[in-house]
Design a protein. Structure first.
Length: 339
């Protein structure tokens, strides 16, 4: 941990790639709105969306994409669906991982964990749930986004969920259980999807290079880069776009993993589990609330070498990995709005 957890307050895993002080977060926020822009896909939906997919890489690389997608999220309570990179180390699979913390530290002060978490846990089958501080202290994919949400809305509260490996049918079962639990809890409170609650899904896109054991277009260079990002764009405009459905979630799942052995990548997106589960959850919550399926619209796309790094080195913010034509990562951003 870059900043250790203490008692019932979760600390900060990565204090290099992510801001740990208020002035650093404010500077990143301001600079990320300046040119050059990431690639955009037309006008975004209006703020108040039901859900988004957002990257979680170092702010100096991905900040411009965070800045285009997260302001579309205006709900106070965020179900934050995170990647669990080290699930193998902990032997986690076929369940959702919840944290035990009361709040999370952030550059702008503590982020409370919503009291809704305990109600959801009480409604879920025990087989669906793991709970571990150690698992959360090993993972950066939630904190990366949570700090941006806190900066733009000081009143935000989160329900973090890490998603390890599972088969697609198992994701369907868990999303059905959690989607109904979430909808039932919202109905009691008369909360609305998009206005009061939103689902934010953490995921970086393709990880290209020999280090990632993924070089289908050659070791690197301009041609390999062009081919790799074109494939990512096809996912944003294909299965990740349009009305959320089980078929589209499955199509994405089968594009990035071997469905017969989900631990095996076909394309190294670190959201290979968080995205299918998150989209299924969003669809189930909407259905149980009597709403139409949210509709996905690609908002922005970038890569770790697609634009200059944010100039915040003077504030101590750095990078956790190199970026070049032989080692790059992409950053997808998709918004899901109720029609």
């Amino acid at each position: 941990m870059g900043i250790p957890s203490r008692g019932d307050v979760r600390g900060q895993r990565d204090a290099v790639g992510f801001a740990s002080r208020a002035e650093t977060m404010a500077k990143v926020w301001d600079l990320s709105a300046l040119p050059p822009e990431p690639e955009v896909f037309g006008p975004p939906p209006s703020p108040g969306v039901a859900g988004v997919i957002c990257p979680h890489d170092d702010y100096v690389y991905a900040g411009r994409v965070y800045r285009r997608i997260l302001p579309l999220v205006t709900a106070r309570t965020i179900v934050l669906v995170g990647v669990f990179h080290k699930y193998r180390k902990f032997g986690a699979k076929d369940a959702l991982v919840f944290d035990p913390y009361r709040s999370w530290r952030s550059p702008d002060g503590e982020i409370p964990v919503s009291g809704l978490r305990e109600e959801l846990l009480a409604r879920l089958p025990p087989a669906d749930v793991l709970r571990s501080a150690a698992m959360y202290d090993s993972e950066h994919s939630v904190e990366a986004i949570a700090y941006w949400l806190k900066h733009q809305n000081p009143e935000v509260e989160i329900i973090p969920i890490l998603v390890p490996s599972a088969s697609f049918p198992r994701f369907q079962d868990m999303a059905s259980h959690l989607g109904k639990a979430l909808a039932d809890a919202m109905a009691v409170r008369k909360w609305r999807l998009g206005k009061d609650v939103a689902v934010v899904i953490s995921s970086d896109g393709i990880h290209y290079g020999a280090d990632f054991k993924y070089t289908p277009h050659g070791l690197g260079g301009v041609a390999a880069y062009t081919a790799a990002v074109a494939k990512d764009r096809s996912l944003l405009t294909g299965p990740l776009a349009g009305p959320v459905s089980s078929d589209k979630a499955r199509a994405f799942f089968e594009a990035v993993v071997n469905p017969e052995s989900p631990d095996e990548y076909r394309m190294p997106w670190c959201g290979r589990f968080s995205i299918p589960f998150g989209l299924l959850l969003l669809g189930e919550a909407a259905r149980n609330l009597g709403l139409p399926a949210p509709v996905g619209r690609p908002v922005a796309f970038g890569t770790s070498i697609g634009f200059p790094q944010l100039p915040v080195g003077d504030l101590g913010l750095g990078v956790t990995a190199e970026a070049n034509l032989y080692h790059f990562v992409s950053y997808p951003a998709v918004a899901y709005a109720l029609p």
